[in-house]
Ligand binder design. Structure first.
Ligand SMILES: [Zn+2]
Length: 425
């Protein structure tokens, strides 16, 4: 892996970054006038209150914007970019009516390239700097997705969606074609972009995957140390379909467990309708759950109980789940996570939600030592957000960030200190 060397540079602005509190809760560090110094390898060298003459190099003054870590979207579907807002749910009906017909279009490379460009533009405009992505089942479209991520300079983990049953014939790819195609994509893209890009093993969900397909996928993940992402227990009808398809398993989670897909690098999206046994097993293996509350409200899938994960110290990431999620903006997901918790009688502090969308999600996807906060030693993935002038102090900033995102615009984004986005009014 090579990392391009550039002269160190510094950024001046207000600064807000998450902190994990000793008791397990979340807090923030806020500086009213800060200097963020990035070294020649794109790592954060220093975060200090600004002092004149403290840095002998170029300083980009971004005041009055607030510098904060870029958002991480741990679950998003690239081929659903254009079907956001298709209110044809619940889940299985929505897949049949809205999603599968659109995913068929991604067999055309030209169409896939066009939407891949729209997808990365939407992420950038939302302040997302890292995404964990489902592609379609088409290798060509997945190649176009990686090309677009590379061109945009984003950090991304993405995979070819695997499905070989219970889906339209045009999307169904048998395992003896899908696994070699996935292996080719691993060779081409895993570690590309100076390590910003990774390939993830991506079975859609157990109802649309045969046991041989999942077993072969698990071997490929093991061979290359790849992250695994899939869906689990989003709706009761889907859980029933998984049990019908795989009667040899004791429950939904056991399908993934027995075929070797449940690992310490597995991201399980949703996890709304899980038993205590399943939660205990997730904790034992060290897998993570991706909470997608905006999608869950839109499709009427149910409400995940965050307390079930936290009681077992299961890492929880946050995902937009576009196109069932109604926005690429992770601030919308934070706000929906607040509403979801409120339905369970819990009031999540905005600092907790901010932590989950940044450091918490980085931890859950295995990048917690690399990104997620603005601390020395981490890679400098950050955004500059402009708030109204009357919004002062950490508490007010967090309230506006999470609950009034229309008042706070993402102006700039940086990956490893390199500018990748600038807002055009
Ligand atoms: Zn999803």
């Amino acid at each position: 892996m090579t990392i391009a060397h550039r002269p160190p540079r510094a950024y001046r602005g207000r600064l807000l970054t998450p902190l994990a509190a000793p008791g397990g809760g979340a807090a923030v560090r806020y500086l009213d006038d800060a200097l963020l110094v990035v070294d020649e390898r794109g790592r954060i060298a220093q975060v200090e209150p600004f002092a004149l003459g403290a840095f002998r190099g170029p300083v980009l003054d971004l005041r009055p914007a607030v510098l904060m870590p870029g958002f991480i979207d741990a679950h998003v579907h690239f081929p659903q970019t254009r079907v956001i807002g298709s209110a044809s749910g619940p889940l299985l009906d929505w897949l049949e009516r809205s999603v599968f017909p659109e995913e068929v279009r991604f067999r055309d490379d030209g169409y896939a390239a066009l939407v891949a460009g729209e997808f990365t533009s939407r992420l950038l405009a939302s302040g997302t700097t890292t995404c964990v992505v489902f592609s379609s089942s088409c290798p060509g479209a997945t190649d176009q997705l990686f090309r677009a991520l590379l061109r945009a300079g984003l950090r991304g983990i993405a995979g070819l969606t695997l499905m070989d049953r219970n889906c339209p014939e045009a999307l169904c790819v048998p395992h003896d074609e899908a696994i070699p195609a996935a292996r080719d994509l691993v060779q081409r893209w895993h570690g590309a972009g100076d390590g910003l890009l990774e390939f993830a093993i991506t079975p859609r969900f157990a109802p649309s995957c045969s046991r041989p397909l999942m077993e072969a996928a698990a071997r490929l993940a093991l061979d290359h140390g790849l992250l695994v992402q899939t869906h689990i227990a989003e709706t009761l009808a889907e859980a029933e379909a998984a049990r019908r398809e795989h009667p040899w398993a004791r429950d939904y989670l056991d399908v993934y467990d027995r075929v070797g897909l449940l690992t310490g690098r597995t991201l399980l999206a949703h996890g709304i309708h899980l038993s205590s046994r399943e939660w205990d097993r997730i904790a034992e293996v060290g897998s993570s759950v991706v909470h997608c509350p905006d999608s869950n409200f839109f499709l009427g899938s149910g409400r995940m109980r965050l307390a079930d994960a936290r009681a077992r110290a299961v890492p929880v990431a946050l995902g937009s789940d576009v196109g069932a999620g109604r926005s690429f903006d992770m601030r919308r997901s934070m706000s929906s996570a607040f509403d979801n918790a409120l339905c369970h009688g819990e009031r999540l502090p905005p600092a907790d939600l901010f932590f989950t969308a940044t450091q918490g999600t980085a931890d859950a996807v295995g990048l917690g030592c690399v990104i997620g906060s603005l601390d020395p030693g981490k890679e400098a993935d950050f955004i500059a957000v402009r708030f109204p002038d009357h919004v002062l102090g950490a508490s007010e900033l967090l309230n506006h960030l999470v609950f009034a995102p229309e008042t706070a615009s993402v102006q700039r984004s940086f990956i490893r200190g390199k500018p990748i986005y600038s807002h055009q009014p």
